[in-house]
Design a protein around this ligand. Structure first.
Ligand SMILES: C[S@@+](CC[C@H](N)C(=O)[O-])C[C@H]1O[C@@H](n2cnc3c(N)ncnc32)[C@H](O)[C@@H]1O
Length: 202
């Protein structure tokens, strides 16, 4: 696991320009792990859902903390990277379609499939219906470190979805974007429970 990501920008009639960013493309995973661990320890993590699993680098770390771990990916080959998880529910296909049709409710949803504004918003809006009261939604790549990272092969423009939610849906959601590791946006239903105890405090 490298601690630096190097992006090479092609330059016409010259050598590519190198941009170095001081964290690896996997640096978000320990952060997601610690959030999931907190949810588990509080008794709030039954169903974990990851949209877009790729090599399973994040899914394989978080899935053991949950009772049921749901994975969705368009690429059927990727199942083999995660199928050793005994609590796996695997769905091959489009992330938005899955969210629109599933009968399950989730406690933590990691939106990490197609990294465009349009798809990020579609996934988020479809995910709302599937949230348990204390559900956390996480979106990755929402703080690209340089303009060059807003390319399809890196972060895409999914950061615009996080900005849109923060600006337009703040009456319904608490939204925080961590400005490192390419950006991790944490979204919580503000109408959800504000305290673990039965008697609410203000
Ligand atoms: C950035 S990778 C996911 C990385 C993984 N979450 C992690 O942190 O290790 C994106 C994944 O999303 C999948 N994908 C892309 N578009 C999708 C879509 N519309 N629905 C479901 N999966 C999609 C790709 O096949 C790829 O495996």
């Amino acid at each position: 696991m490298s601690d630096v990501t190097t992006l090479e920008i092609p330059v016409k009639n010259s050598k590519p320009v190198k941009i170095e960013i001081p964290f690896s493309k996997y640096a978000h995973i320990p952060v997601i792990y610690i959030i999931a661990k907190g949810m588990k320890d509080a008794g709030l993590l039954e169903n974990y859902l990851e949209l877009g699993v790729s090599k399973g680098s994040c899914f394989n770390v978080v899935a053991p903390l949950a009772k049921h771990a749901f994975a969705v990916d368009v690429n059927k080959e990727l199942r083999r990277n995660i199928e050793h998880n005994k609590n796996l529910f695997w769905f091959r296909g489009n992330s938005t379609k899955f969210l629109q049709t599933t009968q399950f409710k989730f406690d933590m949803i990691f939106i990490d499939a197609r990294h465009t504004f349009k798809n990020g918003m579609r996934d988020f809006e479809a995910a709302i219906r599937t949230m348990n009261p204390n559900c956390l939604i996480l979106m990755h790549d929402t703080y690209p470190p340089t303009p060059e990272f807003v390319s399809d092969s890196y972060c895409g423009n999914v950061h615009r979805a996080a900005t849109y939610i923060r600006k337009n849906m703040i009456d319904r959601f608490e939204v925080l974007t961590l400005p490192f590791y390419y950006g991790l946006t944490i979204i919580r239903n503000s109408l959800g429970k504000q305290c673990l105890f039965k008697r609410e405090t203000t």
